[in-house]
Structure formats: structure tokens, C-alpha cells
Design a protein around this ligand. Sequence first.
Ligand SMILES: Cc1cc2nc3c(=O)[nH]c(=O)nc-3n(C[C@H](O)[C@H](O)[C@H](O)COP(=O)(O)OP(=O)(O)OC[C@H]3O[C@@H](n4cnc5c(N)ncnc54)[C@H](O)[C@@H]3O)c2cc1C
Length: 406
Amino acid sequence: MKQTLDFDIVVIGGGIVGLASAYQIADSHPDVRLAVLEKEDRLAAHQTGHNSDVIHSGLYYKPGSSKAKTCAQGRKELISFAKKYHIPYEICGKVIVATQESELGNLDYFFQNGLENNIEGIERIGSDEIKEIEPFCSGIAGIRVPCTGIIDYNQVAYKLAELIEKKGQTNKVLTSHEVTAFDKHDFYTNVVTNNGDFSTNYIINCAGLQSDRIARMDGINPGVRIVPFRGDYYELTEQAREKVKNLIYPVPDPDFPFLGVHFTRKIDGSVECGPNAVLSFKREGYGKTDFSLTDTWESLTYWGTWRLFMRHWRYGLGEYTRAFCKKLFLRQLQKLIPSLNSDDITPGVAGVRAQALGPKGQLIDDFKIERCGNSIHVLNAPSPAATASLAIGEYIKGIATEHFKL
Ligand SMILES: Cc1cc2nc3c(=O)[nH]c(=O)nc-3n(C[C@H](O)[C@H](O)[C@H](O)COP(=O)(O)OP(=O)(O)OC[C@H]3O[C@@H](n4cnc5c(N)ncnc54)[C@H](O)[C@@H]3O)c2cc1C
């Protein structure tokens, strides 16, 4: 390593994937000088701080896929990490509930997936058992997933940042540092930010909703475009919380990478319901009418977006109408909990997913992580990347160790 440079590796993005990657490298290579640069004034400001806070089991993902492998491994590592550093979490389990006959085929499909992925303790259950687990939930069949849990990913992110700085004296996790350009030289890169420049040998791009732009800034054609999908949540009022014991999910449509609106008890005792999935007109826009000309232009001038619209316009329209109409959102929730009424739910937070879209309109399902020269680019890290973050970090550390000759 050239000691004259500011850092050996600069990681872009202070979300859980960037932090977990830096942590894994710092843990194995304490002599490597690392910086994590985050553009916001706090860590976990986007996807990591706006998600359902669920520790996923790994049941949904195609056997053999990166998602399946890293979710199962990452879940276990995350739990050990939470135990070791006293981060509150709970393995409360969840139920996936079919409410009509037409969903039974997909329910079986996901159950088989779960068996192939060796998800511990999953059980196919009937309507009586659903009622025993979730007395207000009504369904005709379901899957009990005992190893699913809840955690606060913000707390995980901040603990990772603390450990990165502890493990190497020169390591830095810097907020309010937006990477705006790369000034490339023969043997190093100057990473230009709004708060000073940093010279480095290697770059790891974990910029979430901006990851395709960072890749292009690095002179790489990512082959995909990030299309933002907003997810709105409602919250159960305090009086209605008794209607949900833990986590209740519908049977998702295997053609989409979204899990459908679900009920999630959070670690603080509140209960969220959502999220839906609508194309957002702003990558980091959390309001229903937020708009960015650049982001919208980039989405709408991409063939992939139009091909996606043409293929799935009916699904998209349904999600849009539910986003703007509480009554329709409620109707969706009532499929799982029929006694829920309008007074039981109040508008909650929203999150925006960074979903990579291929030029043919294909929603990229699996994680997409690519190395190019002295850079590694995380180009698709949607759910369950928070659960899988430590395993993704391990994988990125492996690439860095081999190709960056750490
Ligand atoms: C609504 C929703 C619900 C979800 N639920 C779950 C769940 O229950 N369980 C689960 O496992 N996963 C869930 N996920 C997925 C999970 O949150 C994400 O996969 C994960 O947080 C991705 O982490 P990340 O670090 O890649 O991205 P992010 O958390 O978005 O971090 C990227 C960071 O890069 C920064 N950045 C961008 N550009 C620059 C720049 N130029 N310079 C410096 N910094 C930059 C951003 O500010 C941001 O902080 C959910 C996601 C959403 C949106």
C-alpha cells in the first residue's frame, strides 16, 4: 500500500451495506486505512433508516442465489453481532398467510423454497393454527417462520461505524461528505467531495439509490438503472396494536421482488403496516408528491422503465390508487385482519427502495456486485440486504482481499 495516499480504501455510502463492508475489512485487515464517506449529516439516512426492521429468514429467495446464501448467513451473523454489542432484537417469528384458494400454489412454492434453503423450523399451518398465533388474523392456510426477527437497523449501523473507527486508528466514518467526482490518476484516485478531496487506491461504491450514478462517475456502464420505488406505511393506533402479536405477511407474487403490505411489530412496540410499492419521482423523496426533474428524466428516458410499465401497468395502477386512497390501502390490510377499521390506522413513514432495472424492463432480483479495476460497485442491494449486510460485507471483503491485494 502507498502510505502517501490519504486512504487505502474509500467506501461511498454510510448505509448498512457500506458500513458492514468497511467493518468486515477493518476487522480482518486492521492495517488497511479506510474511510466511509456519507453525504447526509447522519448515517443510515436512506434505505437503512427507512425499512421494516425485519430480520428475514431467507425463505423467499431462489435456492442458490446470492440473496438466499447471504440472507441465511447474514441473519446468523447479525444476531451474534446484536448479542455481542447489546443491540436489542427479538426472534419473534412470523406467519405468511393465504387468504384465498388462488394463493395456495404460491404458498406451496415459497414453502418448498424455504425447505430447500434449510430455513429452520418452518411449518405449513392451517387456519386454526394461524388463529392461535395471531388471533385477529384470518387465513385459510399459512407458513409459520419461527426464525424471523426484528431489530433496529439504525442502531446496527451506528455500532458498525463505531467499530470501524476503533479497529484502525486512522479509519474515518465521515458524514456530510458527498462524493461529487473522481479525479483519476495512474495509480490512485482523488475522491472529490463537497467537503474536501481524499486520495485512495481503491473505491467501494455502496451508494444505494445513487449507486448507478457513482458507477457511471467511475467510468463504468452499470448495465442497469436504479429506479426508485416508494413504499408508504401506516401505523396502528395504540388501541389497535393488540390486533397484531408479531409479524403477519401475505403470500407475495413471485414475479415481483416486493413482499406485499404486511404488519410488523417494531422493537419499540409500535406496529407498522405496509409498504406498498409505487414508482417514485424522486430517488430520495419520501412524500407522495415529491418530484425531482433529474430523477424523473432519468427514469422516463430509460427504455427499461417503459417496458416495465407496459408489462405491469395493471399492478402499478393498483399500487398507485392505494397510495392515494386510505380506504383502498385499508381494504388490502383487511384481507389479513378483517376487523381492522379506518380509525385503527394513521399515516406513518415511507421508504424508497433502490431497485435495479435492466434495459428490457426486468426487475433485477438478485444482489448485483461487480468489480472493475480498482473499484467494487454494489449495483443492486434491495431487501433483504439489511439482514444480509454482514454476509455481503464478508463477500466484498473477499473480493477486496483478492483483487486489492490487502
Ligand atoms: C421500504 C423498505 C423496507 C425494507 N425492509 C427491509 C427489512 O425489513 N429487512 C431487510 O433486511 N431489508 C429491508 N429493506 C432493504 C434494506 O433496507 C436495504 O437493502 C439496505 O438498507 C440497503 O443498504 P445500503 O447501504 O445499500 O443503502 P442505503 O441505506 O440507502 O445507503 C446508501 C448510502 O449512500 C449514501 N450516498 C449516496 N450517494 C452518495 C454520495 N455521492 N456520496 C456519499 N454518500 C452517498 C446515501 O446517503 C445513503 O446513506 C427494505 C427497504 C425498504 C426501502
